[in-house]
Design a protein around this ligand. Structure first.
Ligand SMILES: *Cc1c(COP(=O)(O)O)cnc(C)c1O
Length: 489
């Protein structure tokens, strides 16, 4: 390795709020397409960018999961990957990195985020429990149903007020949490905080909110309630705490991450996000007995305790990537890219969810296409049109695609609740796109919007497939299909 973690953080007067701390060595060529071809393709693949063969998506912001560009440091570390089954050398590198990153003692590698969740939920969540959260991610919601527990989302009131300028709209509603403990505390096995709150426009969570959850659990618990942090993008959340929460401006992001983790009983991470790797994840705890209870589960589902479903080279890539991903200069640049992208949209009249944070940009499609009713998918329609105009792949998170099941009657699709906003998520693959790509994405969205009422509303298709099982209910969005009421322009 030419440059060490310490050297990468050396004092500098180069403004990384204006220019990246890295440069590009390998480039990936993309397949040229035409508007006619894209119009044909999106129809053929059921009107959804996530369904398209990826080679036809020029700028792919469908997800930031596993889509990072790895560094020269990571690729060179991978050559040192030790592929021994038990206790490979790469495991010790990874363990040390993850302990340094999280401050937690016991590390359990898992091949991605959800396999770590599987073992935690199997050990700690049972039938009849409730699991409050600032807003469960799709997979933890599914784990709740799978365990016979009920996921309860109590996002803070600031999130529901579009004009609120808080930087921490991803918080859990502390008063509502206290009330739940007082009324049903004996049922609360786990409180889950997602930092930042992926399904609520990627909004960050404050350190104060995390600390308060710890205090509420300690004060009001009526059983052994555990506190989980879902930390897929914790480093990016730490950057917002550093910038906007009082008392953190002088701290390194890694120290902020460690403080965040210090309040939790268990953390689980999809390292495919802020870990800057294409595959990987882990769980960590401080309690030895809990660690021992988790051990047989990871062996059952993912592999031995020192590799958890990853190859030796994957362990090496993550050992390096997790620290690169929490580097303050890198995070400053990630925020800069989001700002460039947000401006590319707002300067062209495309409504962006405010504030635009470090994780990605959420387009307020309800505002962009006011003629389409929430249940008729304004996000779905705008995302399709943007693909036709510019080859950009975006994920619709509107009421049609992501409306919530009624938790007392989750199989009844007639009871699906509207989302608070009709959003499109533009996730930002890390270190992959340049400012010109963000400008083009803003341009494609603006061109799409220009069609106004010529853009069709959508409806759900009646599908010829077996009904989804109760325990898989949260995963409906991945199977449902939609069609436009008339053709796209
Ligand atoms: C991606 C993600 C997960 C699941 O991780 P996988 O690696 O996809 O299994 C869990 N929580 C959040 C917040 C995520 O974004």
């Amino acid at each position: 390795m030419r440059i060490s973690d310490q050297e990468m953080l050396a004092p500098s007067d180069i403004p990384y709020s204006l220019t990246p701390p890295y440069r590009v060595k390998t480039v990936e060529y993309t397949r040229p397409t035409t508007r006619d071809q894209r119009k044909q393709l999106i129809k053929e693949y059921n009107w959804s960018a996530p369904n398209l063969p990826a080679e036809y998506v020029y700028i792919n912001m469908v997800t930031d999961s596993g889509t990072s560009a790895m560094s020269d440091r990571q690729w060179s570390a991978m050559m040192l990957g030790d592929e021994s089954y038990f206790n490979c050398k790469s495991w010790y590198e990874l363990k040390e990195s993850l302990q340094k990153f999280s401050g937690m003692e016991y590390i359990i590698p898992s091949h991605q985020g959800r396999s770590g969740e599987t073992i935690l939920y199997e050990v700690l969540v049972g039938k009849g429990d409730i699991v409050p959260s600032n807003c469960h991610f799709t997979t933890t919601r599914a784990h709740c149903y799978h365990r016979g527990a009920e996921p309860i989302d109590i996002t803070c009131p600031e999130y529901y007020d579009e004009n609120n300028n808080s930087w921490f709209k991803g918080n859990i509603d502390i008063e509502a949490l206290k009330k739940l403990f007082i009324e049903q505390g004996e049922k609360i096995s786990v409180v889950e905080l997602v930092v930042p709150n992926n399904l609520c426009a990627g909004q960050p969570v404050s350190m104060k909110n995390i600390r308060e959850v710890r205090q509420v659990i300690d004060k009001y618990k009526k059983r052994d309630t555990k506190f989980f942090l879902d930390i897929a993008r914790i480093s990016e959340n730490a950057w917002i705490i550093k910038k906007y929460e009082e008392g953190y401006g002088h701290k390194a992001c890694i120290d902020i991450v460690r403080e965040m983790c210090s309040y939790a009983d268990a953390i689980h991470m999809s390292a495919k996000k802020a870990g800057l790797v294409n595959m990987g994840g882990f769980v960590a705890v401080n309690d030895k007995t809990l660690y021992q209870r988790l051990q047989p589960k990871i062996i059952k589902y993912d592999g031995f305790l020192t590799y958890g479903g990853m190859s030796g080279r994957d362990l090496e890539a993550l050992a390096v990537g997790i620290i690169e991903g929490v580097n303050d200069y890198y995070l400053e640049d990630k925020q800069r890219q989001c700002d460039v992208f947000a401006k590319a949209c707002t300067s062209r009249g495309v409504a962006v969810f405010n504030p635009a944070c470090t994780l990605g940009i959420w387009i307020n499609a309800g505002k962009c296409l006011p003629h389409i009713k929430p249940q008729e998918g304004p996000g779905t329609a705008l995302a399709v049109q943007a693909y036709i105009e510019g080859g950009v792949g975006l994920t619709s998170m509107d009421s049609l695609h992501r409306g919530r099941e009624d938790s007392s009657d989750p199989l009844n699709t007639a009871k699906i609740q509207l989302a608070p906003y009709e959003l499109i998520r533009c996730a930002i693959p890390r270190r992959v796109y340049t400012d010109a790509h963000y400008e083009w994405c803003g341009e494609a969205l603006a061109k799409a919007m220009e069609w106004g009422e010529k853009i069709p509303p959508y409806r759900r298709q009646v599908l010829d497939r077996p009904p989804i099982e109760y325990s898989d209910i949260g995963l409906r969005a991945f199977f449902d299909e939609y069609e436009p009421i008339f053709d796209h322009p």
